[in-house]
Design a protein around this ligand. Sequence first.
Ligand code: SAJ
Length: 417
Amino acid sequence: MKINKKICVIGLGYIGLPTACYLAKSGYQVIGVDLNKTKIKTLKQKRIPFKEPGLSSLFKKALKNLQFSLKPEPADVFIISVPTPVTSNKKPDLKFVKQAAKSINKILKNENLVVLESTVPPGTTEKIVLPILKKGHKNLRIYLAHAPERAIPGRTLKEMTENERIIGGIDEESAELAKGIYSSFVRGKIYLTDATTAEFVKLIENTFRDVNIAFANELAKLCDEIEIDVWEAIKLANLHPRVNVHLPGPGVGGHCLAVDPWFLVKKGLDSTKAIKLARNINDSMPFYVIKWVSKMLKYIKNPTVTILGVAYKANVDDWRETPALKIIKLAKNKGWQVKIHDPLVKNFLYKIEKDFKKATEKSDCLILVTDHDFYKNINPTSICNMRNKIIFDSRNFINEKEWQKCGFKVKILGKNK
Ligand code: SAJ
């Protein structure tokens, strides 16, 4: 199948690259654009720059209609899928979006469609991207829409095709045109709205989870105080048909939940108090973990701790915004020796010990941060080289009784009975 349209996808990350592949597989002529020379080189050599289940085979199927370049080329449709981080003072950093829009402005033609996929603060599409695109092009008819992605890392390909989607246009034609493009690979229903509502909806989704997790983290702290098991309590509460409390943990990481709620927080505005507080509660969880570990290490001189898992969540190799980093820094500040183990993460900020045995050698305490399947398969009887057998589990992941039977002193976050 060959569709007579050329699409330029700007930003070939976890979302941009699969999107480019799906569009190319559907028959569009696609140019994948990225500023990263190494990435473009890798892609031109027909290799994918990161792992995601199913991506390699999708990439092979897409290659026929897929080319790569360091800068955008004239096309019918442009899709912007670049990072939108926050600055150190938690303000949205839109420099990549602006840069992408400027690069499109130079080659924009009449009746081009531009779609912004990156998560952005409400109003960005209309008030920031549109004026950049329009600059010097007063007489061009430009179509512009926001189509926020909704796929979760680890299941990106499946969710990209199966999930329902929201597309918001600066006008109805823009929304309809964008829907036409996405319908080539999205099987889930596509709902149309205006651009600012679509931006807001995406932020509601991730902020809902962040606030919910902050609530769960407060419940964990409460259960530690009143000496009951938060995991059992949440499980029982969730039996109620209209209750869905998320799970506590060592803090919230990843490039979405730990970042996006800040796009809604307005300095000095009462209306975003709960969102800001939730962010702060989740960001403070590493301190809580270290507080408990300190208690357990009270009588041990010059302790060594082993961090189990630095990925921001289970079974991924992604460590962006991981709470493990804060836990490591706090432990080092206490003067503890810190060993780090993760079966999946590469190129971390600190040295990662890949050999589990070496990671536990002469350690006094294991701190389980990430619930990788790898740790489920660890048999505590096989750990014989620790100086003291202590484990703090921030995910309620290990079999407490089994570890206790092997002589481990066990503390599970929010479980104090
Ligand atoms: N976490 C908890 N408790 C929970 C659930 C998660 O502490 O009950 C922690 C995780 O350990 C992790 C963080 O929250 O550190 C985020 O994990 P996640 O699995 O909730 O989310 P992400 O960041 O991997 O992906 C999310 C997804 N959003 C939702 O599920 C609503 C995905 O659908 C979005 O597309 C993605 O953000 C995004 O790009 O915005």
